[in-house]
Ligand binder design. Structure first.
Ligand code: NVA
Length: 366
């Protein structure tokens, strides 16, 4: 039986990957902490329900562009099995009028070595999203005797998991930035909550963004679960909506990271990179002034790229400045038309989850 699952970072040669699907995607209804996470000026405020079919079809077309690029390069691509996401759900602790989507997989699945772990998301509407990946997990389990199929402790997501007086529509951007700087987020610390896209894997080190979707208790949990790794909490004070690290701090190869110029890693947290001769370069400006319609993310999905190996990267086709910068940094750039998939949860990195990259667990920060 073959080894199917192995990945320790975001840059080793990619051989097998999961690409999400937009089918049946829903704009989820209001729940505790949704308002805190959706930008004040977003046209999505107050909306919910199935996303328009034409946008779903177009989003899927974009994902097919990505699948083709990957398969043409010999990468095996696996796809989730979408559920009827507009079903209401319930647990002993909460009810929600619908789920969301199986885009993007990066938020749900964390691959560390031969283990894929389903995360402990803080959104109620995402509570059952892992089910879309369970057929693949079972397949890997049957075919790879070393595969560790794991589910992180499930948060209860009662009202105690959220601060209820945290938000008021009138809070200014400046006030939001003060809160980010003070590490004052809408989630409480009653249980570990985390999205896999807040975790940046670098061999022996895990850099985890503390923000609206991942709390401090999750960091403690990670350190105890993986005592042999070093867990570092990172913060990006310039981000008023700190959700997911992969449009903020993105490694391209050992020794090189691009950092969102509006969300700089603070001096004291840069020390470990500098001490180990890593270069942190400001990412190029996005090509767009606005995200596409009905999108949760910012224009900085421009830097949300998929590294195929330390010399090759897929960048969104319209992001010409980011492509140019990657080229200057010595990467071969493959453009992929994916922008119309952004509304479903993100860019090229978000839309995927690692299954197999060649390589071992190395110590990049000895
Ligand atoms: N929250 C990030 C997206 C992360 C993929 C942003 O909107 O820039």
């Amino acid at each position: 039986m073959a080894k199917i699952v192995n990945s320790w970072n975001d840059w080793d040669p990619l051989k097998r990957v999961i690409v999400g699907r937009c089918d049946n995607s829903v704009i989820p209804p209001e729940e505790p902490a949704t308002s805190e996470k959706v930008p004040v000026d977003s046209e999505m405020r107050g909306m919910w329900g199935l996303r328009p079919l034409a946008t779903v079809e177009r989003g899927n077309e974009c994902l097919e562009n990505l699948v083709k690029i990957l398969e043409d390069r010999g990468v095996v691509v696996d796809r989730p099995t979408p559920l009827q996401w507009n079903q209401a759900i319930g647990t002993p602790d909460f009810r929600n009028d619908s789920m969301m989507t199986c885009m993007p997989p990066r938020d749900i699945l964390l691959t560390i070595g031969s283990e894929i772990m389903a995360s402990a998301n803080s959104f109620r509407c995402r509570y059952f999203e892992y089910l879309a990946y369970w057929p693949l997990m079972k397949q890997y389990f049957d075919e790879d005797p070393e595969f560790k199929w794991t589910q992180a402790p499930r948060p209860r997501l009662t009202d105690a998991s959220y601060k209820h007086n945290y938000y008021d529509e009138k809070i200014s951007l400046e006030e939001r930035l003060v809160r980010t700087a003070n590490k004052d987020f809408v989630t409480t610390e009653v249980e570990p909550m985390w999205d896999a896209a807040d975790v940046m894997r670098m061999g022996k080190d895990l850099f985890i963004q503390h923000g609206l979707t991942t709390n401090r208790t999750a960091m403690d949990w990670f350190q105890r679960y993986y005592p042999e790794y070093r867990v570092h909490a990172v913060n990006f004070p310039g981000d008023p909506y700190p959700i997911h690290i992969d449009a903020t701090f993105v490694p391209l190869r050992p020794g090189l990271i691009i950092n969102n110029p509006h969300r700089k890693l603070p001096e004291e947290q840069r020390a470990i990179f500098e001490a180990n001769d890593w270069q942190i370069v400001e990412a190029a400006q996005p090509a767009h002034d606005e995200p596409p319609a009905l999108c949760y993310s910012s224009v900085w999905l421009s830097m949300n790229c998929l590294v195929l190996d330390p010399k090759t990267v897929i960048v969104e086709a319209s992001e010409v400045y980011q492509q140019e910068q990657m080229d200057k940094l010595g990467m071969n750039v493959i453009p992929c038309d994916l922008r119309d998939a952004y509304p479903f949860g993100g860019g090229l990195h978000c839309s995927t989850a690692d299954v197999y990259r060649e390589g071992d667990c190395l110590d990049y920060f000895p």
